[in-house]
Ligand binder design. Structure first.
Ligand code: GLU
Length: 445
């Protein structure tokens, strides 16, 4: 079964628990549009190379399609469809007025010069520009795509439509209409979810209260989001013991001064910038990406690609909490195993939603010609993430209602089964209720 088939199977399973109208589930089981393009790009040697790209528009009941564009040599349609689906769920969980979409180009961007990367980006925009727009479909950064690439997208699109249209894309550089706080938003949102989850777990009898300086963290992936969360965890006093990137992983070696060996995150970020990888950083031993996932740690943060924790290794995971900063790092099959083992998963559709939340703030500022301060952005982000977290938690644990009494309640679920839901099941439950509401309101069929 491919990734998309297995997430749709899971959608029907949760939809049944949430008593979602079958018409809604059927409509969500396929993307609304698949734009599949082959386009020519001029390379530095003067030759033309042909590239293949996709834009999948999964759903727009709640607002324009929204989601990043990734550049990766292994991009395929199954992956882009899955990522677009997760965006629909994510925007609904956060109650952002967007639907879900995603784009991908099959390319290893590390093999291209900067000029070639710009030519590729502009050529891709020319190929898809009729399908995107500030009220239609709004791309953003994803794996291997940067604020500079977003600026090329906005510029090329604006030229094609004959008017300045910064709101066609988010994640732009701040001086080109981007929002303050967008660069750090995925990590900040993830950290907020982690803090909320640890607080809830330590409030209950499930996990004994632990001091932060005893909470060990391992992070798979040291790109933008991985680096941000490493810095935030380190600053708050967690012990970041291991990290990895596509070239391999490193584990801190014990030293007599610290009880748990930990990495010097600030120096590691500089080291990665200079050497291109975390591998070889001082006072560490080399480990593989697979070994990192199975380390004895409290919190595991997959921040790279999908399908990392599968039925093959789910039984070997030792972490107590998994925070999904990547999209889809835990397969539905692995989810079941982790649930039975009592491992808590903060799901991608909540844990990495900080990025799209601040993308919404950026789009809003562009449309209304406003400029918010970094503090305003960060405060609003924290509020949005905490609100979504609390609603998800209330659905997952109906007996442990939280939040202030004045807050609107999360949709109630009938006690269909006595067991608690996982946070992923609860997040989907919340998203499906909201998607069903818009479906019924606008009679989309
Ligand atoms: N690519 C990010 C994600 O998967 C951000 C999407 C956006 O900002 O639209 O959530």
């Amino acid at each position: 079964m491919n990734t998309y088939e297995s997430i749709i199977k899971n959608l029907y399973r949760i939809g049944k628990m949430a008593e979602t109208d079958k018409k809604v589930l059927d409509a969500l089981s396929e993307p609304k549009n698949i734009i599949d393009v082959v386009f020519p790009v001029k390379m530095d040697d003067g030759k033309i190379r042909i590239f293949h790209g996709y834009r999948v528009q999964h759903n727009n009941w709640r607002g324009p399609y929204k989601g990043g564009i990734r550049y990766h040599q292994n991009v395929d349609l199954d992956e882009v469809k899955s990522l677009a689906f997760w965006m629909t769920i994510k925007c609904a969980v956060l109650d952002i007025p967007f639907g879900g979409g995603k784009g991908g180009v099959l390319v290893n961007p590390k093999e291209l010069s900067k000029k070639e990367l710009e030519n590729l980006t502009r050529a891709f925009v020319r190929a898809i520009h009729k399908s995107i727009g500030p009220e239609k479909d709004i791309p953003a950064p994803d794996v291997n795509t940067t604020p500079e690439i977003m600026d090329w997208i906005a510029d090329e699109y604006s030229k094609l439509v004959g008017k300045d249209s910064p709101a066609v894309v988010t994640g732009k550089p701040v001086e080109k209409g981007g929002s303050l706080g967008r660069g750090g938003a995925t990590g900040a949102g993830g950290f907020c979810v982690l803090e909320n989850l640890i607080k809830k777990l330590t409030e209950t009898t499930e996990t004994k209260s632990r001091k932060r300086d005893l909470v060990s963290v391992a992070i798979q992936g040291f790109g933008n989001a991985g680096q941000q969360i490493a810095k935030l965890c380190d600053k708050a006093g967690y012990q970041v013991i291991a990290v990895s990137d596509s070239k391999g992983g490193i584990l801190a070696i014990s030293n007599p001064e610290s009880r748990i060996p930990k990495l010097n995150v600030e120096d590691l970020v500089k080291y990665k910038q200079q050497s291109g990888s975390v591998v070889g950083f001082s006072k560490t031993e080399n480990i593989t990406n697979a070994e990192l996932l199975e380390l004895d740690c409290d919190v595991l943060i997959p921040a790279a690609l999908e399908n990392q924790i599968t039925e093959e290794n789910a039984n070997k995971i030792k972490a107590k909490v998994i925070l999904e900063l990547a999209n889809g790092p835990v397969t539905p099959e692995a989810d079941g195993i982790l649930k039975n083992r009592g491992i808590h998963v903060a799901p991608d559709v909540l844990a990495n939603a900080g990025g799209v939340t601040v993308s919404y703030f950026e789009w809003y500022q562009n449309i209304h010609n406003e400029r918010w301060t970094e503090k305003e952005v960060n405060d609003k982000l924290k509020e949005k993430i905490t609100d979504a977290f609390n609603k998800v938690w209330e659905i997952a644990r109906p007996d442990a209602r939280s939040g202030s009494p004045s807050e609107p309640e999360a949709p109630r679920r009938k006690p269909l089964c006595s067991e608690n839901l996982t946070c992923r099941e609860a997040a989907y439950f919340l998203a499906l209720k909201r998607l069903e509401e818009s479906y019924l309101l606008f009679r989309w069929d």
